[in-house]
Design a protein around this ligand. Structure first.
Ligand code: NAD
Length: 332
């Protein structure tokens, strides 16, 4: 059986990456769409041969519960909308996939986890890198202990964002770079050490374009993290520059990935060899969705569950608090 996926929100990521990837998947397929734009519904219906009965808008979305063609609802909306749509999908008894960042607050993340649990459905966060072979290889290397004691980690994720009036510039929609790209840098630091940060030692949130990033919304964020065993962490995330790397410094040498979280072309090296498993866009997304579909079909736990999204949003909240207060903030 191939699971039927319904994409909610037909913006850039659904259009350019997920729908094309769903043409390559073995264990799931594009079965339905949820959109507020009738012209998009027409276009997708023809392009992907989607039956009329599997096309929903935001008002009639809840009736998806009666549609056996849809097994999984994949929420691909602006971050502040994730909670409501995950809760509605769970109430409709559908398995749920939700894009990163999971939500804007840890409280929202917890409510999403609880909603899925109480409705008996699974929840997976769209952290595609965790399914990606190069990421899996460096994670294995760190876990093996071959690099010896880790001393520090540095991770940066950013790109030049030229749009000026998008949800990424609107606080009420979950905008700000720490949510959009910051979670990649946080993931890199956590995956690259295989440890959870204990505290944010210091953080700085600023913008070089205050006419676009208003009222203190971050265009660029830097934070110093404290990991167990005295390991120091540093992350940077930016809408001002193209930057993407993960560096882990350890007793027996360095792991250096650059880029570490791209759609393709991720590569790097360590004293134990090169890491450069090759693939084309959008294989990574197809691989992610197939792995998540297989976990559902085999009744196994999701490899990137809601708890993983929650951890990062707790760290985001601590970074924002540290920047606001100028103080060290413990991560709860
Ligand atoms: P986008 O702006 O291109 O698309 C958002 C969609 O939401 C649009 O179709 C828009 O019409 C719809 N929408 C509904 N209500 C809206 C409202 N009130 N305001 C704005 N849009 C509204 O965004 P995107 O780049 O496709 O991002 C969507 C989600 O996917 C985000 O959570 C983002 O972080 C995530 N994403 C993930 C990756 C990844 O690599 N995993 C890459 C890109 C985006």
């Amino acid at each position: 059986k191939k699971l039927g996926i319904a994409l909610v929100g037909l913006g850039y990521y659904s259009t350019d990456l997920l729908a094309p990837a769903l043409q390559m998947t073995q264990h799931c397929h594009l079965a339905g769409i949820v959109t507020g734009t009738p012209s998009k519904a027409e276009l997708w219906k023809t392009k992907y041969n989607i039956p009329e009965k599997n096309i929903y808008n935001y008002e009639n979305f809840d009736s998806i519960k009666d549609n056996p063609d849809i097994d999984v609802v994949y929420v691909v909306l602006p971050p502040s909308m994730h909670r409501a749509y995950v809760e509605r999908a769970a109430a409709a008894k559908k398995q749920v996939w939700c894009e990163k960042p999971m939500a804007v607050t840890a409280e929202d993340c917890q409510a999403m986890i609880d909603a899925c649990k109480s409705n008996g459905v699974s929840l997976s966060i769209g952290y595609r890198c965790q399914h990606e072979p190069n990421t899996k290889t460096y994670v294995q290397l760190i876990r093996s202990g071959k690099l010896g004691k880790i001393q520090s980690v540095a991770c940066a994720a950013g790109y030049r964002e030229n749009r000026t009036d998008h949800w990424k510039q609107k606080r009420e929609l979950g905008g700000g770079v720490i949510y959009d790209m910051g979670v990649y840098a946080i993931q890199g630091a956590r995956l690259g050490t295989q440890l959870e940060p204990l505290a944010v030692k210091s953080a700085k949130v600023w913008t070089e374009r205050p006419e676009i990033y208003k009222d203190g919304l971050g265009e660029i964020v830097e934070a110093e993290l404290e990991f167990p065993n005295g390991i120091s962490g540093w992350i940077k995330t930016s809408f001002a520059e193209n930057v993407n790397y993960l560096h882990v410094t350890a007793e027996n040498g360095k792991l250096e990935m650059a880029p570490f979280s791209s759609y393709s072309g991720n590569k790097g090296k360590s004293p134990f060899g090169e890491i450069n498993f090759p693939y084309e866009v959008p294989w990574q997304q197809a691989n992610q969705m197939d792995q998540d579909a297989l976990a559902i079909l085999n009744k196994q736990p999701m490899s990137v569950p809601g708890e993983e999204g929650l951890r990062d949003i707790r760290i985001v909240e601590a970074i924002l608090e540290s920047a606001r207060t100028g103080k060290q903030v413990k991560i709860g």
